[in-house]
Design a protein around this ligand. Structure first.
Ligand code: ZN
Length: 301
């Protein structure tokens, strides 16, 4: 289990020896490109690689009305960071944790309401399209809103869980939250009788083993990672693109602002997810149509 320790001190941290410019233009030149040209370059890159994995973060869902945790307008920035011992409090007293979770007041309720009312924007539909075209093979998301699944993306690893699910802390079985009986707290697992928790990974809680293993497997398989709206700031997700770069593979970033990982990226598209992803998906689809209707010299069949 060489990747079992998905912590800031684990093998996904401190990667060195990688840098920009492995792609067709050097990082500096490429980053000066207009949006349209960078989308064309990104479309070429997606089609030149065999196994593209998407990594999406808060910037993906912000245009669906979900407030980020940190940064401008962030819930935690405004209301203060939540307790860092959330998981310990759950372990010590799961019933009290559940009472807080079900309370109709407070920051948890506010967050849950915003998640329940969110609707996917066009960028989510573009990710579904890129998957159905056979280009994006898997999506790893740091978001808990479930919007990728709601839109129709099939291969999705929700690294930090899904707000609409509950998970058994013993056997890992998941159920829809609305189906979990909370008349007696804490609720119990229908499979093994263990204690259920909401599926959202809280501070101090290990990443669930099944999801963690998928993320590592997909990161190792990826020859290109498409980063969308992620600041690559929070581990373990931050380690995935670093690992891809360490293996000399390609990183494509989509986001309106420079991030900590931008300098490592081969292609940077400075646009929002809702604007840039549909344009990228159209550019990819147009190339596939051209390929299917042209011979190897680019002439019509
Ligand atoms: Zn169970």
């Amino acid at each position: 289990m060489p990747y079992a320790n998905m912590s800031p001190d684990g093998p996904y941290s401190g990667v060195s020896g990688c840098g920009p410019g492995r792609y067709s233009l050097t990082g500096t030149l490429q980053k000066a490109l207009p949006l349209k040209d960078s989308i064309e370059l990104a479309a070429d890159a997606l089609l030149e690689h065999d196994y593209v994995v998407g990594l999406t973060g808060a910037g993906m869902s912000v245009e669906s009305g979900i407030r980020p945790f940190r940064g401008p307008g962030g819930i935690w920035t405004e209301r203060g960071e939540p307790p860092l011992d959330d998981y310990r409090r759950f372990v010590l007293n799961p019933a009290a944790y559940w009472r807080e979770l079900l309370s109709p007041q407070g920051i948890r309720h506010e967050l849950q309401s915003s998640l329940e009312s969110a609707e996917p924007h066009q960028g989510y539909h573009a990710m579904v399209e890129l998957e159905s075209l056979g280009v994006v093979k898997y999506i790893i998301t740091q978001n808990i809103d479930g919007l990728h699944r709601k839109t129709g993306s099939k291969n999705v690893a929700e690294l930090h869980g899904n707000h609409s699910l509950c998970r058994c802390v013993d056997c890992g079985a998941r159920s829809d939250r609305v189906d979990v009986d909370t008349t007696v707290l804490p609720p119990r697992c229908g499979v093994c009788g263990g204690v259920m928790k909401d599926d959202v990974v809280v501070f101090g809680e290990p990443i669930p083993r099944d999801v963690g293993e998928i993320c590592i497997e997909q990161t190792e398989r990826a020859d290109c990672m498409l980063l969308v709206g992620t600041s690559a700031y929070v581990y373990p997700a931050a380690g995935f693109p670093l690992r891809v770069a360490e293996r000399g593979r390609t990183l494509v970033e989509i986001g309106p602002h420079p991030t900590e990982i931008s300098d490592l990226c081969d292609i940077v598209v400075r646009g929002t997810a809702a604007a840039a992803l549909p344009a990228l998906s159209r550019a990819v689809a147009a190339r596939l149509v051209f390929r299917s209707t042209s011979d190897e010299n680019g002439k019509a069949k």
